[in-house]
Design a protein around this ligand. Structure first.
Ligand SMILES: C[S@@+](CC[C@H](N)C(=O)[O-])C[C@H]1O[C@@H](n2cnc3c(N)ncnc32)[C@H](O)[C@@H]1O
Length: 229
């Protein structure tokens, strides 16, 4: 049953040149959760079992704020929500948006390059991790307008587009709750070499499934769910 399909998106203000404004990839997450979260289940996971959620690379904070708003509507869904980003501006922007949406200092913010500055007590604690990573290959986008705006870090996933995500993959097992049914949601693009990316995931004993997709101009963007095999 879709309960949250008409829930309004969070209000978002972004006065920072460096911070990624919500885009089609962001709404892949939001729209998926609108359709697949209800009073009992979060995409099939019993909702009362979810104790901690991490929004990695939070940008304006929109995904973390959206999940906090959903949790406020479900009495037995009380996860601690964490939002992290490598950019100080993003953390500042996300805090502004938290206030704008009347959420009073409940989201935990961490400025960190992936997990490098996460405290020890968060080890193996997250039931759900969301990551809309920079996923475009630097090769093809070098001369693009977006690059000229110096927003590289928000979309540049490295030479092949998945280097930052692979770095994430090498580390997330230290922070995810190792007891099922924890999982990771992430985005990828048809501009990335998806066959090579999937092979790399298999090498790490990970299985990934496309759960939503959007076509924009010449590109397909995918929302994926990753689970430990
Ligand atoms: C495509 S944007 C997504 C922003 C936001 N989650 C959204 O969906 O609108 C990628 C985000 O990852 C952040 N990022 C890039 N490299 C990172 C790293 N090494 N560690 C943490 N965050 C990073 C960027 O600053 C940016 O906010």
């Amino acid at each position: 049953m879709e309960i949250f399909s008409s829930l309004p998106d969070p209000l978002i203000k972004n006065d920072f040149q460096t911070v990624y404004s919500p885009s089609d990839d962001t709404y892949l997450f939001i729209d998926f959760f609108k359709q697949n979260v209800n009073y009992n289940y979060f995409d099939g996971i019993e909702i009362s079992k979810i104790k901690k959620i991490l929004d990695m690379g939070t940008g304006t904070g929109i995904i973390a704020i959206f999940l906090q708003k959903i949790s406020d509507l479900i009495p037995h869904f009380n996860p601690e929500i964490y939002a992290s980003d490598i950019l100080e501006d993003a953390i500042e922007c996300a805090k502004i948006n938290e206030k704008l949406n009347n959420i009073k200092n409940r989201i935990h913010f961490i400025k960190s390059d992936l997990f490098s500055s996460f405290p020890y007590e968060l080890k193996n604690s997250f039931d759900i991790i969301l990551f809309n990573p920079p996923y475009l290959p630097s090769l093809e986008y070098k001369e693009s307008k977006r690059a000229l705006l110096n927003k590289d870090i928000t979309w540049n996933g490295g030479y092949k587009g998945f280097e930052i995500f692979l770095k994430f993959i090498k580390n997330f097992k230290n922070y995810i709750n190792l007891n099922p049914p924890s999982c990771v949601y992430y985005t990828s693009s048809s501009y990335t070499d998806l066959v090579e990316l999937n092979n790399k995931l298999k090498e790490q004993s990970l299985s990934s499934k496309v759960i939503a997709k959007k076509h924009i101009f010449f590109e397909d963007i995918f929302l994926n769910r990753l689970q430990l095999i």
